[in-house]
Design a binder for this molecule. Structure first.
Ligand SMILES: NC(=O)c1ccc[n+]([C@@H]2O[C@H](COP(=O)([O-])OP(=O)(O)OC[C@H]3O[C@@H](n4cnc5c(N)ncnc54)[C@H](O)[C@@H]3O)[C@@H](O)[C@H]2O)c1
Length: 336
């Protein structure tokens, strides 16, 4: 039985990943290290609590002593690193914690992994051969696109927000550990996720929650910013495939080929809510434009051809199917 260290899985993507991964791989123990910041919620992992192959540890990925203790105590044979400060708006107000967690935290984890698994550069200790460090990152590291074009793995990094700059920096650290020390690393850069368990602060939960409460639904600027939306479970399946079959040192983009403007998103959600929970007036009347986010990237879109062609990944959901599942989950959450 091998132990894998997962970080930040009390958050949105990790808490969708853990139940999926636990069920699929009976040969793994999963150790979840999470600081439980405002973004982490153990309720998200209630379904896994009783599983003897799952253990939660509350702590900071920047705490080197703790990370070393976990590697020794649980004989860690792999890392899948989700933990991060992840909200762009917060990074504009308070960038320091993004650098601390996303850059220093990633450094601490990979450096402890290196010292635990390897004798010297390019030489793994016999018992840790094939141990892999998987870094979860974002398409935001590539900056913003014009009306056409897609981000590929060869697109030069041009992060624009303190969030994306801190994620880009962490990607570079992981890259350096592969190049300099020969560590077995993979990086996945994914587009915007949506689905169950996402924090209230993010766009889609904000739309659904405000609509159901009859509050104004805030939309930044002119609502024409474009994101490439991926259902969270499809991201989890991509991570699984890359962790198990990706080539060391490689970067894989993960994206759903589902570009939508924020206006299209809010319109679709309101249409579905009008059908499922009709009120006197359409939910669309609640849409309210608010002052744009500073430095708001205009368009992100991912070319996932490498992951699809080389590793056989395919998204199972498109936006129209995934958003219905998501809305159903929130209706249940709000007992509607
Ligand atoms: N949500 C998206 O659309 C998206 C898209 C692409 C990539 N990503 C990346 O995926 C990863 C997970 O994103 P998410 O949306 O689940 O984030 P999230 O904000 O929902 O969860 C982050 C988790 O990390 C934990 N955490 C924060 N600081 C920590 C620290 N110092 N030590 C230990 N744990 C800490 C939090 O408690 C929380 O549980 C992040 O690395 C993010 O950059 C997210």
């Amino acid at each position: 039985m091998k132990s894998i260290l997962l970080t930040g899985t009390a958050g949105f993507i990790g808490s969708n990943f853990v139940p999926y991964f636990l069920e699929k791989y009976e040969e793994y123990n999963l150790i979840n290290l999470d600081l439980l910041t405002y973004a982490g919620n153990l309720q998200n992992l209630k379904e896994c609590e009783a599983n003897p192959r799952y253990k939660f540890i509350k702590g900071d990925i920047c705490n080197r002593e703790l990370v070393e203790f976990i590697f020794n105590e649980y004989d860690i044979h792999g890392v899948i690193h989700f933990a991060a400060e992840s909200h762009v708006d917060n990074s504009i107000k308070n960038p320091g914690v993004f650098v601390q967690t996303n850059v220093n935290g990633t450094f601490t984890l990979i450096d402890v992994a290196y010292k635990s698994w390897m004798q010297k550069p390019f030489v793994y200790k016999e018992e840790y051969k094939n141990c892999r460090f998987h870094h979860i990152s974002t398409d935001e590291v590539y900056g913003t696109l014009g009306e056409t074009g897609l981000f590929t793995e060869a697109t030069p990094y041009a992060p624009n927000s303190p969030y994306s700059a801190s994620k880009a920096s962490s990607d570079m650290i992981v890259r350096a550990y592969n190049e300099t020390y020969g560590m077995n690393t993979v990086i996945t850069n994914c587009s915007n996720n949506y689905g169950p368990k996402q924090h209230d602060e993010k766009l889609i939960p904000t739309i659904i929650r405000n609509a159901l409460k009859g509050n104004p639904i805030p939309i930044y600027g002119d609502g024409k910013n474009i994101r490439d939306w991926l259902y969270v479970l499809d991201h989890c399946k991509g991570i699984d495939i890359v962790y198990h079959t990706g080539n060391s040192g490689e970067v894989y983009n993960v994206g759903g080929r589902n570009e939508r403007t924020n206006l299209q998103i809010v319109d679709r959600i309101c249409t579905i809510l009008d059908e499922k929970v009709p009120k006197e007036k359409s939910y669309k009347e609640l849409i309210t434009f608010v002052e744009d986010r500073a430095g708001h990237d205009r368009r992100y879109a991912i070319d996932a051809t490498k992951l699809e062609d080389e590793l056989g990944w395919r998204a199972d959901e498109n936006f129209d199917t995934g958003i219905v599942k998501t809305i159903d989950w929130y209706l249940k959450k709000y007992n509607i």
